[in-house]
Design a protein. Structure first.
Length: 91
């Protein structure tokens, strides 16, 4: 009998910020990410946080990699975000 190994899902998520400020978008984004992780616990996640300077990873899956761009100016944030997403998309 043949068995095939199924490659786990890989999600790329763009969120403005979820750690620095606790407004409506941030709460919604955090719940959305947690819901995705509940639905796909074996998936890998690359989460791009445009305005956060750091990430607190304790409430999320260990398969989550955060890319925080908040320490840069707005123009540099947009450029880095574009370069990172293109780079990860190619790999």
């Amino acid at each position: 009998m043949f068995t095939t190994k199924v490659k786990p899902h890989h999600f790329f998520v763009l969120i403005p910020n979820i750690f620095g400020f606790k407004g409506g978008i941030q709460v919604y984004s955090r719940f959305l990410l947690q819901a995705l992780q509940d639905l796909y616990p074996d998936a890998n996640y690359d989460v791009f946080l445009k305005y956060d300077r750091y990430a607190t990873t304790s409430m999320f899956s260990v398969r989550t990699r955060f890319h925080c761009l908040g320490k840069w100016t707005r123009l540099v944030q947009s450029l880095l975000l574009a370069l990172k997403t293109i780079g990860l998309g190619i790999c």
